[in-house]
Design a protein around this ligand. Sequence first.
Ligand code: SAH
Length: 194
Amino acid sequence: MTPTISKVIFVALVIGWYLIRYKYARRSRRERIAWSARGPAETALLLISLAGLGVVPLVYVGTAIPRFATYSFHPMFAWLGLFFAIAALGMFRLTHRALGRNWSISLDVRENHKLVTEGIYQRVRHPMYSAFWLWAVAQALLLPNWIAGFSGLAGFGILFFGRVAREERMMLETFGDSYRAYMARTGRVFPSIF
Ligand code: SAH
């Protein structure tokens, strides 16, 4: 494992993620939206997350900027990062497959929205966000730079904490008691153990 291979793994993670999303995003685009939270606040959250998980680390991979924040490379971290990157992509694919046409990049309710509670959604309410957390951890392990490595955790953290409660409120308003019961038997990001 070398610093260059570690950067290549991060780029592969970005490309793999894009390929998975592209396929499913095209299908869900055809589904009509009945209600949406889209607006300046949602756009800002999405841009912050995109910057932290994509723009900042890719600028670092391409240019080594910001140089002052670089620290020494540890192969062990990079190996762990590879493990997290593979887990993130696997999980991301499973969540897109399970959500199908109900997926959207923002908080939307589609006209024939179905509540998904099976497969990867059986024990966890937000496994796609779990996959993004795995990405953010992979990024921190793969890129030995305090800013480019940790911008993913910061950027996605802002999206996650700025959104997840509103998303659950939207799902409760749409699906009522079914979502309430689903909440009672699941965890947000990790399976609930109680
Ligand atoms: N928070 C989920 C989904 C992210 S995609 C996760 O992390 O896996 C965001 C969209 O998914 C939201 O607009 C919402 O309409 C939809 N969604 C969230 N949970 C859902 C579920 N259990 N079944 C169907 N759609 C869901």
